[in-house]
Design a protein around this ligand. Structure first.
Ligand SMILES: [Zn+2]
Length: 309
């Protein structure tokens, strides 16, 4: 139904067609409310479904599957590791994603409703809900049809296989990959003093070569035009099925992987109100420093943008 239809009916019917992952809804609402709805659609250019879903989500205190990011990659590059968002607060916006912890204390991997912390020494723990994060990216993973891919003999091959499953370079994709890996190379970071640049902190990172291991990769593909705000391209973190090993993905090989990849067009950014964040000069382009910090100390030291995972 177009925004201009139905306003003369005493009991307007609101109807919009469902798309994948959306349900169709038919209901009657007061004429005055219908007029306001049509006006909102006309002014904003949004579909009826978007406006109704946003209003319902706010009223029901439910979160649509938006990507929710805490702080910026540029802030991390500058050594701003003090977070003011707790895991308890973060999980209100999503329980699937990745990031790091207060003071750069390891890698975050979140899925199936649980937040895991892969410490610098490789040990995996479930952190208390009051633990804070200076940088994280989460969503409510909507799930998608499982696609089988493989074999892949490198992260580069995995990226090119995933590229075929994406339909745009301009929106986000939440990605979950389950399977049995022949090898996975991960890294994690040790707690670091506030102000120490990320590139220097990452030079002390530990890498973990894991062999013949089942597990899950969790993460996102993000558009390149946001490279000053986040890790553009593929950014994936790994956790083994036995929950004993994981970290930030540097490389992998596998013969048979099950991929779920979900497009996401809503993105929300919340910024810290810590003294260090408020006073920092974040006007520069952190892309080169981020690339250096995110690369493997034992691997390629000049990765392509999509290797900045
Ligand atoms: Zn990472």
């Amino acid at each position: 139904m177009s925004p201009t239809q139905g306003i003369d009916s005493p009991k307007p019917v609101v109807s919009f067609e469902g798309s994948r992952d959306w349900q169709s809804l038919t209901c009657s609402i007061p004429e005055s409310l219908a007029r306001d709805l049509w006006d909102r659609c006309r002014v904003t250019g949004q579909s009826i479904g978007k406006v109704v879903a946003s209003a319902l989500a706010e009223h029901l205190q439910s979160d649509l599957s938006a990507i929710y990011q805490v702080s910026t990659a540029g802030a991390l590059v500058h050594g701003l590791y003090k977070g003011d968002t707790t895991i308890a607060s973060l999980r209100e916006h999503g329980d699937f994603g990745l990031g790091t912890f207060d003071g750069l204390d390891g890698e975050m991997v979140a899925f199936d409703g649980v937040f895991y912390q892969v410490r610098g020494n490789g040990k995996v723990v479930i952190p208390p809900l009051e633990t804070r994060t200076p940088y994280a990216m989460v969503t409510r993973f909507p799930g998608a049809g499982v696609k089988k891919i493989g074999p892949v003999n490198s992260f580069e091959q995995l990226r090119s296989r995933l590229d075929r499953l994406r339909t745009s370079d301009n929106i986000f994709y939440a990605i979950r990959i389950d399977g049995s890996f022949e090898s996975v190379l991960t890294r994690s970071v040790f707690p670091t003093e506030e102000g120490c640049p990320l590139a220097e902190a990452a030079s002390h990172q530990h890498e973990f070569p894991l062999k013949t291991i089942r597990g899950t990769l969790v993460g996102f593909w993000s558009p390149g035009y946001l490279s000053t705000v986040l890790v553009a391209g593929y950014h994936l973190h790994f956790l083994s099925e036995d929950k004993l090993a994981g970290g930030h993905l540097l490389d992998c090989s596998a013969s048979d992987l099950h991929v779920q990849i979900c497009p996401e067009a809503d993105f929300r950014l919340t910024l810290p109100e810590t003294r260090s964040f408020l006073g920092a000069d974040l006007s520069g382009d952190p892309t080169a420093d981020l690339r250096k910090a995110e690369s493997s100390i034992h691997g390629d030291s000049s990765p392509t943008p999509n290797q900045r995972a």
